[in-house]
Design a protein around this ligand. Structure first.
Ligand SMILES: *Cc1c(COP(=O)(O)O)cnc(C)c1O
Length: 431
């Protein structure tokens, strides 16, 4: 429940910003309340303006793999700021960042930095269309790829939980160029390629779907998508805005052993600052201006504060990965999931869940979840109760049943035990 300060702050914000927020999911509409307001964060904890402390599994919707205000990241931002916040000229930092990202991702030969995940995906699609001279794009129902026109078609989470299947303002001529088919259904993709294969520029996919809660690919699914796209000369774009550096050091592509043609990044790559990136095969990326004719630019792209934060974070991840960080985060998530399943089953509630790297999904759903239709048969009412009950006990999950939960490198046994204990008490209250 939002406290008095948050309630007053939200009333004021409502007068000044659409819905009182700068991004729709922050309004807590999907959990039928008004938002808490963030005051500050420290490691795995978020403090709200009403003085409550929460174990944070929202983690700014994914970016904060090092938790809040990690001293080394703060120091990197501080020293970058002291040297100037933006130059509009190349910096050596950008080269260092490009080198690091390319080193960690075997499918990347060349990379371009942008300022958000949305910019990354819309640029990758433009490039794919230019490279293939085809205009249709295939996406999967419930996958979210940012808010560019061509992606606001069956786009999951924020869009879905607000009940806006398609947004007004998106011309139907543009929406028509996007074909949405079910995730995890290779027959649907094969059938589509059989009839329209020559028209399809690219297939874009979240390799682990993180915007309809957290849905894993079926074994062999991503491999089959790779083979189909290749045989029809369509590009495969992995949207790793969530999964990049989160499910493993080399993202989902490393984990599942797939070489996409292009990959998009956001969230973790910027360690909490506004960063996105897209990259891939050299022959494709060389088509981007000024090396080629496909235009894409950005006044603040490769910003020194953002590059400094991102680079320090990636360097720390590389070290920590050697010491089993991703296994540890997955183990943490699995323990939360196990408690969720145990408590739910004991009460005869529909429960399901799983963890992968630093993300995990909790579903009030009977049995496995493979696509958006499955996710939509989850019991949202139970999630809303669960969310509020956990919040009252000092544990913050995403304010929507359609979102993944995130663990950071700085969540410890202490936070895990607090979570398991809160969950025990929360389930006792569920009706
Ligand atoms: C968050 C997200 C985006 C959009 O990124 P923004 O930085 O919010 O523009 C794109 N794709 C995926 C998979 C995302 O989760």
């Amino acid at each position: 429940m939002a406290g008095p300060k948050a309630t007053a702050a939200f009333e004021q914000a409502l007068q000044l910003m659409p819905g009182g927020v700068n991004s729709p999911v922050r309004a807590f509409k999907s959990v039928g309340s008004t938002p808490i307001f963030a005051d500050r964060g420290e490691g795995p904890y978020l403090y709200d303006t009403d003085g409550q402390r929460y174990v944070d599994y929202l983690m700014s919707w994914g970016p904060l793999i090092w938790g809040h205000a990690h001293p080394e990241i703060v120091q990197a931002i501080r020293s970058a700021a002291e040297r100037g916040t933006s130059f509009g000229l190349p910096t050596e930092l950008e080269t260092a960042m490009a080198q690091k990202v390319i080193q960690l991702l075997p499918s990347l030969e060349v990379v371009r930095m942008v300022n958000s995940g949305t910019e990354a995906t819309m640029s990758a699609i433009r490039l794919a269309r230019a490279a293939t001279k085809r205009s249709y794009v295939v996406k999967f129902v419930g996958c979210y790829h940012g808010h560019a026109d061509q992606f606001l078609v069956k786009a999951g989470s924020g869009v879905a939980s607000l009940g806006l299947p398609d947004s007004p303002g998106v011309p139907k001529e543009i929406a028509e160029r996007t074909i949405a088919i079910p995730y995890n259904d290779i027959d649907a993709l094969r059938d589509l390629f059989l009839t329209r294969g020559e028209e399809i520029a690219a297939v874009i996919v979240e390799p682990v779907a993180g915007n309809m809660n957290c849905v894993l690919p079926r074994p062999g699914y991503l491999q089959a998508v790779r083979e189909l796209t290749r045989s029809y000369d369509a590009l495969l774009i992995f949207d790793e805005v969530i999964t990049g550096f989160r499910v493993g050091l080399s993202g989902a592509q490393g984990r599942f052993g797939i070489q996409p043609d292009l990959t998009t990044f956001g969230k973790v790559i910027g360690a909490g600052l506004p960063v996105g990136a897209y990259g891939g095969r050299r022959d494709l990326m060389e088509m981007i201006a000024p090396s080629g004719p496909v235009y894409q630019g950005g006044t603040l792209s490769g910003n020194p504060l953002a590059m400094s934060a991102g680079l320090v974070s990636l360097n720390m991840l590389e070290q920590a990965a050697n010491d089993g960080l991703y296994e540890r985060m997955e183990q943490y998530g699995n323990q939360v999931v196990e408690q969720f399943l145990r408590l739910g089953q004991a009460r005869g509630l529909p429960v399901y869940g799983h963890a992968i790297g630093g993300m995990y999904g909790l579903f009030f759903h009977e049995g496995p979840v493979y696509d958006f239709a499955d996710v939509c048969t989850s019991n949202v009412e139970l999630y809303v109760q669960f969310f509020h009950s956990m919040l009252a006990k000092g544990v913050l999950f995403a304010p929507s049943a359609m979102e993944s939960a995130f663990v950071s490198a700085v969540h410890t046994e202490t936070e895990l035990n607090a979570t398991l204990d809160a969950m025990e008490r929360a389930f006792a209250e569920l009706k």
